[in-house]
Design a protein around this ligand. Sequence first.
Ligand SMILES: [Zn+2]
Ligand SMILES: [Zn+2]
Length: 254
Amino acid sequence: MAIDLVLRREWNARAPRGDYTQLDSTKGVKVHYTGGRVDEAIVSDHARCVALVRSIQAYHMDGNGWIDIGYSYVACPHRKVFEGRGLHHLPAANGPGLNAGHYAVLGLVGNAGLVRPPDGVLHAIVDAIEFVRRNGSAGKEIKGHRDGYATDCPGEPLYAWVRRGAPRPAGGDEGGGPPAAPPFPGRLLGYPPVMHGEDVLTWQSQMRRRGWELDVDGAYGPQSRDVCRRFQRQQGVTADGIVGPITWRLTWEG
Ligand SMILES: [Zn+2]
Ligand SMILES: [Zn+2]
């Protein structure tokens, strides 16, 4: 199964307060937990996951004074992966001097309430790890926050799992193949001039889910065109930078 990304606009993330520090590559990933109480009610209500991630971002920005949520990605019990700082951006959660070494992935469990990670959290953490390896130049290491830093994070259950190599839980990864493309919107997306619309937003969102770095803003400008060209080259079709029916279909099925 492909990663089920919750894009920043989908969890209503606040915009970062400043520019991220560019991260070319990392040795791998460090796994975290919240460190506090996590209400077990999140397991049956994804809306509570969204609220929790928003509150973590608020705490990191308003409490810690960071420019954004400190994590690269956040894994929830519904096997969804929230986009935090994302690919090629320095996280803040690993501790001073340790952020450039690893992406930071939070599992939504704590030291009270929801302590044992549900299978969905473990799958989602592995989904995030595979995603940053494939798209973010992450290396093979999988470590816990406590490796090299004085903290009990990511808690005993997650740390024991990390030490075992972060295996996927048995079952539940049947795959299922790529999703089918939605119907072609009926107009060619190209630049210039800048085109706006829901169809642009849909295309940009799916490209971002695939790991392409572009703004998901519903405006097809030079950045979208350039990403489109690179994608078309990768797919072996004419690199004209225009999203027509073939490129549209390949965006989901290619
Ligand atoms: Zn941590
Ligand atoms: Zn959830």
